[in-house]
Design a protein around this ligand. Structure first.
Ligand code: FAD
Length: 324
């Protein structure tokens, strides 16, 4: 799979941009916020809610952060104006984390305050291992300042994740709010798991650990063994589609959130599974990336994890495995 994936990445990089655009259209909501709004309005009828991501990440000068600051303000305005059931996903490096940590904190704090004014939650996407600790630290520091509308993502492939869950839950209690996923960055073997089954087992155990700790859990996976494990764990706690978080240690309920958990999926990926979950009464959130840097973004994702190329090829050749 890895070698074929790498081969597909090479082929894709040689493809003309318009062909890549035709494929990317399924996974990217468009070039601007108005396209993202149209996609969200359409998908609302499928019982989904959303998290909006402005494409782009690590910047090389602090001035570039201004683009993301302004654009996310526009996203907030659009969510309010169109009454969308949506929150934000941001990449801390796009706000300057690897250039000037203090400035990045200020930029993120400003956005959180603005979002809090509309009762909107902000998720810090997790990037590669260079920023794992500093991303978690931003969340803890913002909670200390009383900005509780923020949570981050943890990646199950990293050895450290179980300890991170414990330390965040110890500090934030029921206010801990995670997205948990496998992790898209292929990290070095001395800090991360590499085998599929090991990663699935780790992800399943992290979901259980988070549910036990009373945290809010966004399960970001399209993988059936993970979804099935989650449903079994929810059933065991009586947390399924009843709409009630039955855990004694659960945090306060928050606008736009599910009863202690939600399922999260990427735009264009396994819509049939998502619709089925929504039909069963589970809260389902779609990750909506948009922006004019879609080409660079797509190429970087392919470079980071050639398996993504495999998923895309499979969706084209065997559409029944991955309905929109
Ligand atoms: P897989 O076994 O990889 O996928 C199961 C099936 O889903 C595949 O067979 C395929 O049919 C389909 N599929 C999965 N991914 C794709 C794709 N990209 N294109 C087409 N089909 C696909 N990772 C991070 O490191 N940091 C983050 O902040 C982060 N945020 C995420 C937010 C959301 C909402 C989601 C869903 C994922 C996020 N990820 C993030 C990515 C995640 O870590 C995984 O790399 C990704 O979800 C694939 O893992 P999977 O559990 O879906 O299982």
């Amino acid at each position: 799979m890895g070698a074929f994936g790498r081969f597909m990445v090479t082929i894709t990089k040689c493809m003309p941009r318009f062909l890549v655009a035709a494929v990317a259209r399924r996974y990217v909501a468009g070039k601007d916020i108005s396209s993202a709004v149209s996609v969200m309005k359409k998908l609302s009828s499928e019982g989904a809610c959303f998290t909006v991501d402005v494409l782009g990440e690590e910047i090389s000068t602090l001035d570039e952060a201004q683009f993301f600051i302004d654009e996310y303000d526009r996203v907030l305005d659009a969510i309010v104006e169109h009454n969308l059931d949506a929150n934000l996903s941001i990449k801390p490096t796009a706000f300057g984390l690897l250039i000037d940590e203090k400035a990045a904190y200020q930029n993120i704090e400003r956005l959180l305050k603005n979002a809090a004014g509309h009762d909107i939650f902000v998720r810090l996407d997790m990037e590669d291992h260079r920023v794992t600790q500093s991303t978690i630290d931003i969340v803890l520091s913002m909670h200390e300042k009383g900005l509780t509308n923020v949570g981050t993502v943890l990646q199950s492939r990293l050895f450290r994740t179980s300890d991170d869950i414990n330390s965040v839950c110890e500090k934030l209690g029921g206010a801990a709010d995670f997205r948990i996923c496998k992790g898209v960055y292929l990290e070095p073997e001395d800090i991360a798991l590499t085998g599929y089954q090991q990663i699935v087992d780790a992800l399943n155990s992290h979901i259980t650990q988070m549910l036990d700790a009373g945290a809010y859990v966004g399960i970001a996976s399209h993988d059936m063994p993970v979804i099935e494990h989650t449903i079994a764990e929810l059933n065991e706690r009586g947390m399924n589609s009843s709409g009630i978080d039955t855990r004694d240690n659960a945090g306060p309920s928050r606008t736009g959130k599910g009863p202690g958990y939600e399922f999260q999926m990427l735009l264009g990926v396994r819509g049939n599974v998502r619709r089925k979950l929504a039909g069963q009464g589970h809260r389902t959130r779609i990750y909506i990336p948009y922006g004019n840097r879609w080409y660079e973004y797509s190429m970087r994702r392919l470079d980071e994890n050639p398996d993504v190329a495999m998923h895309i090829v499979k969706s084209i050749l065997m559409p029944w495995t991955n309905r929109r």
